[in-house]
Design a protein around this ligand. Structure first.
Ligand code: 6PG
Length: 241
């Protein structure tokens, strides 16, 4: 069952995500626990990071959030392409947060070795359910081609991977990336897709309607075991629903 929330603008969507992060982090802080949160890269989350840095700077218990990444480009952290680098510039540099709260994928490392290293970190740091690390919340994006994380349509075998992390390859640029697999993604307590823009409307329609060969899109293979998946869409991305 797909839960779909439609927002008039991408700003309203970002505000709802920020509110949810605040709520979940406060709940964890009240029990002196950590919120295990995995964030994606790309452009969509930038508005969320700006909002968190500006309007939630002092109203979120940042040291009760453990930040991880859904995927990372295999570039150094200071590279413009780095998902960690973007989040660090927009968010982490603007708030009071212990470095130990931020567990980046090291894009500067050998991709295969880093996939193994990060898998080990997830296994040792996160709660484990079904023998697999379990995030409290995963924030996913969806590309124009229906990819999510760094699982691309021409690498659907990663959907079946038994590993926690794999090396994805961008189909046009050839850029390597370390990515969570659906084994981990589908094991989360809560999973939210943040999708904006009319260029994604057609694929959103196919996935939500389960139309045609919709499972060719990696994003369509995000099926959390507990069914807790919410699509948060702006007006444009949902225009064909
Ligand atoms: C990445 C992301 C990727 C992203 C989608 C959507 O590293 O690029 O993790 O999966 O979520 O490509 O990107 P936009 O938000 O830029 O559309």
């Amino acid at each position: 069952m797909n839960h779909i929330n439609i927002f008039h603008t991408s700003l309203e969507l970002a505000k709802e995500i920020a509110r949810l992060i605040q709520q979940k982090a406060n709940e964890k802080a009240a029990c002196n626990e950590q919120l295990y949160l995995a964030i994606s890269g790309g452009n969509t989350p930038k508005l969320l990071f700006e909002l968190l840095a500006e309007e939630y700077k002092t109203s979120i218990p940042w040291n009760n959030i453990q930040f991880y990444w859904v995927d990372e480009r295999c570039v150094p952290p200071e590279d413009d392409e780095s998902n960690y680098g973007v989040a660090n510039d927009i968010l982490f540099n603007q708030i009071e947060i212990n470095e130990s709260q931020i567990e980046r994928i090291k894009g500067e490392n050998d991709p295969s070795e880093e996939a193994l290293r990060y898998s080990g970190i997830l296994s040792s740091q996160l709660p484990v359910e079904n023998g697999t690390p379990s995030f409290d919340l995963i924030l996913l994006g969806m590309g124009d081609d229906g990819h999510t994380a760094s699982i691309f349509p021409n690498q659907l075998e990663l959907i079946k991977s038994d590993n926690f992390c794999e090396v994805g390859i961008h189909p046009t640029s050839g850029q390597k990336r370390v990515t969570l697999t659906t084994k981990v993604i589908n094991n989360a307590v809560a999973t939210i897709f943040l999708v904006t823009g009319k260029n994604k409307a057609e694929i959103i329609k196919e996935i939500i309607a389960k139309k045609g060969n919709y499972t060719k899109y990696p994003a369509a293979n995000v099926k959390p075991h507990n069914g807790n998946l919410v699509w948060m869409l702006d007006k444009e991305a949902s225009m064909l629903l």
